[in-house]
Design a protein around this ligand. Structure first.
Ligand code: NAD
Ligand code: UDX
Length: 475
């Protein structure tokens, strides 16, 4: 039997784009994406999709109503599917054992229980969510303990490696597809069926099959390695600032070694996104549970370095502005955790905004894709006085920067490179500061305009701040 009907449970950043691309590439397969959120499904069925992802709208338009469907009828979709992708969220636990570190698997478990309740025919259940090693075993236990007579299950691990902002391209041209399965005739048959789906558009030599536990661990390992590279280069940025080295030059020099490679060495205000911190914490927790404290401490340091970088950047802003930002108007350009997404989960901008608000600043925030309610919602999570009057959201960079003392750039949106900074400078309170947390601006040009410029991993304008008198001079 070949796969004719797929059900994708979870219509989020992974489930939505992944199932849409499968529908695009496999016109003979009927793909139904389900979610418990009625609002989200309504958005998937509308002209304004619930997530912003370049190229996604086009794919959905092409397939929706033909072989791609979005529905809240989870039971019906499970019943008719030959293969089910689980793409639900696996956030860090906020309570109980493993609080703040372990992955909360309640959504995965609920999904497994629902499949067991509803399924009346054999299913291949594919774990696409990022999970701790051995999670497939728990899913298998639940399914096999609750199965209906004659119904059999195979569980596969098929972690997703897409990055937000480039998801469609990553899905169409992946570096690899990883599939882990049980080492049994039935397990191998299930792996083969999933391979066949991907082979509709991906060369077989890019499809890597492993045992289930290697596949699960490889996903955590890949994110840990990527995050580690960013923390490694970020750790050198204060060394550069203190010595006169330039972190961009260092990254290039290091990355030219073909054993190291040049990607993911961009120093920044810190990494964000829903995956890196969560998956590192998960890995740390697993190591602790396995009684491997040295290994746990090693990976914990990647997170600690990221926290240091975010707070170091906020401190740099405050210190440069005469050691006080109370009642100062600060424009924040960018709030998403990276460009080309409206996602703000774990965005470094949230930490920077919180630190500045704690010091009494008034923020003028502009992001091309993050909605006003999202920004307010993210910042309302903190206990900050009078937040409504101190956080103002703007719809373009020129209005956001008008009458402000400083610009703090937190997201590397292309449009920020193309702004008319002379026009912006004229409208700002002087001295006018720019803090480039993404190293995307032309610092020399900005200095010529009159800005005092600070960035990561390079001395641009040297500010001598007198801690006693709170005065500063540009050098
Ligand atoms: P998300 O929060 O955007 O989407 C998850 C969706 O699952 C939500 O819409 C939620 O309503 C739905 N859901 C939860 N429980 C459900 C249930 N019982 N029935 C139906 N729907 C249910 O999350 P995401 O960013 O898409 O991530 C999903 C998984 O993929 C996570 O494990 C994550 O670590 C992993 N992942 C994410 C990315 C990424 O870039 N976001 C990349 C690779 C892997
Ligand atoms: C990441 C992984 O890249 C992806 O493979 C996995 O499936 C999910 O997690 P994502 O979080 O969407 O993807 O974006 P990514 O491009 O990895 O960026 C994560 C964060 O690191 C962003 O805040 C980004 O700005 C930052 N970053 C990235 C840097 O600071 N420097 C870099 O060199 C690269």
């Amino acid at each position: 039997m070949t796969i004719k009907k797929i059900c994708g449970i979870g219509a989020g950043y992974v489930g939505g784009p992944t199932c849409s691309v499968i529908a695009l590439m496999c016109p003979d397969i009927r793909v139904t994406v389900v979610d418990k959120s009625k609002e989200k499904i309504a958005q998937w069925n509308s002209t304004k999709l619930p997530i912003y992802e370049p190229g996604l709208e086009l794919v959905v338009k092409k397939c929706r109503g033909k072989n791609l469907f979005f529905s809240t009828d989870i039971e019906a979709a499970i019943k008719e599917a030959d293969l089910i992708f689980i793409s639900v969220n696996t956030p860090t636990k906020t309570f109980g054992i493993g609080k703040g570190r372990a992955a909360d698997l309640k959504y995965v478990e609920n999904t497994a229980r629902m499949i067991a309740d509803v399924a009346t025919s054999d299913k291949i259940v594919v774990e696409k969510s990022t999970v701790p090693v051995k999670a497939a075993e728990s899913i298998m236990h639940i399914l096999r303990a609750n199965h209906k007579p004659g119904v059999t299950y195979q569980i596969l691990s098929n972690p997703e490696f897409l990055a937000e902002g480039t998801a469609i391209d990553n899905l169409i041209n992946p570096d690899r597809v990883l599939i882990g399965g049980e080492d049994s005739p039935q397990g191998r048959e299930a792996v083969e069926k999933l391979c066949k789906i991907y082979e509709n558009w991906i060369n077989r030599d890019k499809i890597f099959t492993t045992n289930t536990w290697s596949s699960e661990l490889s996903k955590l390992a890949a994110n840990a390695f990527l995050a580690q590279r960013i923390s490694s280069i970020n750790s050198l940025s204060p060394v550069c600032e203190a010595t006169g080295a330039d972190v961009t030059e260092v990254a290039r020099a290091v990355g030219l070694d073909s054993r190291i490679g040049s990607k993911f060495l961009q120093a920044s205000v810190g990494f964000g996104g829903s995956c890196f911190q969560k998956d590192l914490l998960n890995l740390v927790y697993i190591c602790e549970c396995l009684n491997l404290p040295e290994v746990a401490a090693y990976w914990q340091q990647v997170i600690d370095m990221n926290e240091y970088q975010k707070s170091r950047f906020s401190t740099k802003v405050i210190e440069s502005l005469f050691n006080t930002v109370t009642d100062k108007r600060i424009a924040m350009l960018g709030f998403a955790f990276k460009k080309n997404t409206g996602d703000t989960r774990e965005s470094p901008a949230i930490t920077v905004a919180k630190n500045l608000l704690d010091e009494g600043a008034v923020l003028h925030i502009y992001d091309p894709k993050v909605e006003e309610f999202q920004i307010i919602d993210n910042l309302s999570a903190f206990d900050i006085d009078n937040i409504k009057n101190r956080v103002n959201i703007y719809h373009d960079a020129y209005s956001a920067t008008k009458n402000t003392h400083a610009i703090v750039l937190c997201t590397e949106w292309d449009e920020f490179m193309e702004l008319d900074y002379e026009r912006i400078y004229v409208q700002m309170t002087k001295p006018a500061y720019i803090f480039d947390g993404r190293k995307i601006l032309d610092h020399e040009k900005l200095q010529k305009i009159g800005f005092i410029v600070q960035t990561i991993g390079k001395r641009v304008s040297r500010i001598a701040v007198s801690k006693t008198w709170g005065s500063s001079t540009q050098m």
